[in-house]
Design a protein around this ligand. Sequence first.
Ligand SMILES: [Zn+2]
Length: 581
Amino acid sequence: MRPLKAAAVTLFALASYVQAQVSVPYDYNRWPYPLYAEVTQKLQSLAKRYPKLARLHNIGKSGQGRDLWVIEISNFDKGPSDGKPALWADGNIHAGEVTGRQLLMYFAEQLLLSYGKDPKMTALVDDRVYYIMPILDVDGGEKVLTRHPAWPDHKPAEQAGKDLDGDGFITQMRVKDPKGMWYQSPIDPRVMLQVRDRTGGRWNFVPTTVDEPKDFDDELAPPDRRYSVYVEGQNMSPRASVTREPANFNRNWPAEWKPTEPGAGPYPLSLPEVAAVAKFMTDHKNIYFDYTIHSGGGAKNYIVRPPMSHPFEFMPPEDNDFYARVGAVWSWLSEGGLMNNNYYAQEVKAGRYGDTMTGFKNDWSYMHLGIHSLLPEIAAAGRDYDGDGYVTQYEIMRWNDKEKDGVYFAPWKTYKHPQLGNVELGGPRGMPQGVGDRLKNECEIHAKLLLHIAGLAPRLRVDKVEARPSKDGLVRVEAILKNEGFLSTYVTRQALTAKVDTPILAELDVEGGELVSPKAQVAGHILGRLAYIRRWGSGADESAKTVEWTVRKRGTGPLKLTVRASTPKAGADSRTVTVNP
Ligand SMILES: [Zn+2]
C-alpha cells in the first residue's frame, strides 16, 4: 500500500470509530440548568485553564446587552486556526430549547479533557478547530430558566405569568370553554391535548387525505369537553391585536427569507444575535460544518437536514450523499433516530407556512455559505419504558410519578380567578428538558456524531515535491497535492453554484535558483472520497492533483524547494525538499 493511501485509510478509520474514552465530570441531574453568568464563568475558566487549546471570542451583544460568547478549541501550537478545517456548533437558539447549552458545555469539556489522553480525539483537536457557542439566544434562555419564582434569579416583571396559588411555580390555568382548543387526554386526564384542526392544532395535526374535516377531534373533544388553557396568572386584559409574531431566531436568516413567514422579523438578520453569528461564520472561512441544536423534539430525537425550503432533489447528488451517509451513522448512534428535512413537515401540510418554511439557519449555512449543516431536535425528559424507541408524554408523566416523586407536575385544583371565574391551576411544573441518564446519552451520542463529522473534513496535503531537468537547462518542479479528507475541498457543490468556494492556492519558494513561472498558482479543487463514493467499487481514486513550476538553477548546488498549499475549508500544508536535479 502506498504511504499516501495508508494515511487516508488511517484518517477514515479515525473518523469512523471515534469513541469517548475520557469521562467528563458532569452533573446530569441538575435542573434548572446553569444560567448565563455561570456558563460565561465556566467558559472563561476553561480558556484560562487550557491556554494552548481554548480561547474565548466575544462576538457581539444581545438585544438586552449581554455579551455573546464563542469558545474556540484547537491545538494552537499545531498551526493557526485559519489553516485547519473548522466546525461551528450553537445551542439554545430558541429560548425554550435550553438543552443545547448542556450538550455543548459537555462537548467543549470533553474535547479539552481528552486532549493528550485519547489519541483519536487528540488528533481531532490538533488538526481541527471547534467554534462552540453554548447559548445563542442568551436573553430568551435566561427568561425561560428563571421562569419560576422558586428558581434562581427570578425576575417577576420579565415573566408572562404570576404564581397565583403560591406553590412556588407558575403553571397553567385551564377553564371549560366550548370554543377552547384543548381537551383532556383519554389516556391520562392530567395531560391536555390540543384539538387537531387547521388553525390551532399545530403540533398534533397529521393530515392523511385532502378531504379531512376541519376538526379531527370532534368525537374526543366535543364542545362540552373543551378547555382554554392559559399561563397561570396571565394578564387577561385585552390588548390591541399583534399582527406580526415576534422575530423567531430560526426564521430570521437570509436564505429564502420571506416577510410572510411567521416569525420572519422585519428583515433578514434583524436580530442582533443572529447578525453577530452570521458575521462570525462568514468571516471564518475555515468553517465547513454547522451544528445548530434545538430541543423541541417530540417523542423521539431526530436531526433536521437542509434543504428546509426545497425537496431533497434540489440538492446535487454529492451533497445529498453526505446526509445519506451521516444520517446512517446518526441512526446507528441513536438506535434508529431519523435525519430528515422539514419540506414535508406537518406544519407545512397544515397550511400555516404556505408552501414551505423559510429563513432557517441551516438553509442559510448550506445555500449561502456553501457548507453542510445539521439541526438536531433533542427530546430528553422521561424514559422509554416500553422500549419502542419513543418517549411519549405519558412516559414522561410516568417518569415524573415514579422516579421524581411527582415534583414536575402540579395536580389540577380549583381556583377562583377574578376574571375567568372558576378555573383549575396545575400542569407541568418546570418540567426538565433533559436530565439524568437520558441527558448523558444525548451528550455522548451528539459528541460522537460531531467527532465523526470532524473526521470527514476535507484535508489538503502537499504529498510530494519532485524536480527534474527540463529543456534549456531549466528545472521542472512538480507538487502532488492531495485531499485526504472525505469531503471535497469545496465542501458542497452548492458552494460552487453560489460561487462562495475558495480554490486551492499553491506557492513555491526556491533557494539556489529562481522561478521562471509565477510563484503562486490557482489549483482549483480536489475531490473527496464522497464525490466518487458511487465508484468506489472500481477502485476510483481522484484525490490528487499535480501542480507545476519552472525554475532556473543558480550554479551547481542543490535546490531547496518549499511548496505551500491552502484553501480555507481544507486547511493549509507545506513541504520542503532539497534536491539536485
Ligand atoms: Zn427550535
